[in-house]
Design a protein around this ligand. Structure first.
Ligand code: DON
Length: 560
């Protein structure tokens, strides 16, 4: 008997040990935050200290960014949240809080005599789709949070009342949109100083935004989408020539979608954004093609060659994609092994393939400014979120009395299915404007996970988002230090226009000549772009790291 008891005890001990290791394996024991603004990182720390989890922290960061980066995202915009729920087998979820076209929107609303009126989808109330972020914050708190919404919103409300100091990024974005901001009296009052870009250190207070946030804190989604604020928004938009109705606001819904998942080598898995983002598919296609190419051992020019050709092919297929509630997205076919093998095999390893020489995407039909952050809590719950109002300061149209600057996400639709948008992205029927529809996006919050590793990626940057995330992921795959992932010099190709865009200094003079000899047309975009916020949890080694893009003023921190 003692022998059997000993065996039983040993068996129970082994099971307990196993449970402990598996619990350990999904429990980093410390949290990490990477956000584009110190005030947002501080808001997350505060909420975590109060007992909140990564999802509460994501609400706090999103709301704080809505205050301190009015050019990047906000309650007048939308975004995507990629979630990881910790557990022996982690679960992933995707909250689509993309803006939706108002019911009166029509495919030809930006055309006059068959020609696109470019300003209309960019500045002013006709450019604004129905915001999704307020609903997303209420959803996240209710479905995944530990704290009430009002606790997670408290730091942002305080920031809006007390104000924040203008930094170089604010000045840069306001300079880009100065004329549009001046054209709208309320935007000029809120975001400029005597009609000029405010000086460094100027304190921007937003008491009306504090009241709007407070309404959301007290009444949840109805505090935004119904009642006095909704009436104010609709009145303000319509008086300025817009088409929003109370029903558009009351009828807005976020959507929970299955994340895009794609297996990679070495037991890794890509977990990224499904449509209405085109980004996850582009990343999966790019990584699948790269896996067939010796990029890791290639010298720099040859490596860039591979990356450019892979991007060219992945971006070509973007034209097939649109809001999954409106069009069939041929995801399985786009990610089928034989299809991607064919694409990879079509790459000439010495010479550029002109985009015009690639056949058009198969006709499968079935049925700069934005923000990003990543946060993980000590239990292993994580959020990677990219939020947007589209161009800096969105439509540069603010609704009087609400503190809200509205998005110009309508420009992400194909105003002219045969033309291109402000990122030069080719239009398509799948992404034509329609009532209630979500415009196609490039936003790509992304995880890569394996039994021993977890990493989180994402950035603003319009059509260049997937290429930036790809370069960062390549740094991860190569085992480079985490700080280098977001720092990597950037280059980009998006099929059309057929040109390699790059940051100043990405390529040496000799590398440029070599690339040109291979048939590439290069274009220095004259500025740095993107603002990545990444996390890395080495589950096997038990370490946690976070990094913020050196191009921005963000703050990454690990919290014990
Ligand atoms: O959803 C999209 O793809 C765009 N509205 C994102 C815009 C953006 O990232 C601008 N940031 N630089």
């Amino acid at each position: 008997m003692p022998f059997v008891a000993a065996i039983r005890r040993a068996a129970i001990g082994a099971i307990l040990a196993l449970l402990a290791t598996s619990a350990l394996a999904d429990d980093p024991g410390r949290a990490a935050i990477a956000s584009p603004h110190q005030a947002a990182t501080a808001a997350a720390q505060q909420v975590l200290q109060q007992g909140g989890n990564a999802f509460d922290a994501a609400v706090a960061i999103s709301a704080a960014l809505a205050v301190v980066e009015p050019y990047g995202s906000g309650l007048g915009g939308g975004g995507f949240f990629l979630l990881r729920e910790s557990g022996d087998t982690p679960r992933y979820a995707f909250l689509d809080a993309r803006e939706r076209a108002p019911a009166a929107a029509r495919a030809d609303m930006y055309l006059k005599d068959g020609k696109v009126q470019p300003g209309l989808s960019i500045n002013g109330p006709l450019a604004a789709a129905i915001p999704g972020l307020p609903q997303a914050l209420a959803d996240l708190a209710a479905s995944h949070g530990r704290l009430p919404l009002k606790d997670s919103l408290a730091p942002a409300i305080r920031l809006a009342n007390q104000g924040f100091a203008v930094d170089r990024i604010y000045r840069d974005r306001a300079t880009m949109r100065l004329n549009a901001l001046r054209d709208d009296a309320e935007s000029a009052r809120l975001f400029l100083a005597a009609n000029e870009v405010p000086a460094l250190g100027t304190v921007i207070r937003q008491p009306e935004l504090a009241v709007t946030l407070q309404g959301l804190a007290v009444h949840g989604r109805d505090g935004f989408y119904r009642g006095p604020l909704a009436r104010r928004l609709v009145d303000g938009v319509r008086q300025a020539g817009g088409i929003w109705t109370l029903d558009d606001l009351a009828g807005y819904r976020t959507a929970w979608r299955e994340p895009l998942r794609y297996p990679l080598a070495e037991q890794r898995e890509l977990i990224s954004s499904p449509p209405p983002s085109a980004g996850g598919i582009a990343l999966a296609q790019s990584l699948a093609m790269l896996q067939r190419l010796p990029w890791q051992s290639a010298e720099p020019v040859q490596r860039s060659h591979y990356v450019i050709e892979v991007l060219r092919r992945a971006y070509r297929d973007r034209g097939l994609l649109g809001d999954p509630d409106y069009v069939g997205n041929p995801i399985n076919r786009l990610l089928a092994r034989h299809y991607l093998t064919g694409l990879a095999d079509s790459i000439d390893v010495r010479q550029a393939t002109p985009s015009s020489a690639l056949p058009p995407s198969p006709a499968w039909r079935e049925g700069d400014h934005t923000t990003h952050f990543s946060v993980i809590d000590a239990q292993g719950n994580a959020v990677s979120a990219t939020l947007s109002v589209n161009l800096p300061f969105g439509a540069a149209f603010s609704v009087p009395g609400t503190g809200l600057v509205l998005n110009n996400e309508m420009d992400d639709f194909a105003a002219d299915p045969g033309g291109s948008n402000s990122y030069g992205l080719a239009g398509s029927q799948a992404n034509a404007v329609a009532a209630g529809k979500r415009p196609l996006s490039s936003m790509s919050p992304t995880f890569i996970e394996s039994p021993g590793q977890f990493a989180s990626f994402g950035t603003p940057g319009g059509s260049r988002i997937p290429s930036m995330v790809l370069l960062s992921v390549m740094g991860f795959l190569e085992g480079r230090p985490v700080a280098e992932w977001p720092a990597t010099p950037r280059y980009h190709h998006q099929y059309l226009p057929d040109v390699v865009e790059h940051e100043p200094g990405t390529f040496s003079a000799r590398q440029k000549t070599e690339l040109e000899e291979r048939g590439y047309r290069l274009r220095d975009v004259g500025r740095q772009y993107g603002n990545q916020q990444v996390l890395y949890w080495d589950k096997a080694g038990g370490t946690m790291e976070a990094a913020s893009d050196p191009r921005g003023v963000g703050q990454a921190t690990v919290v014990d």
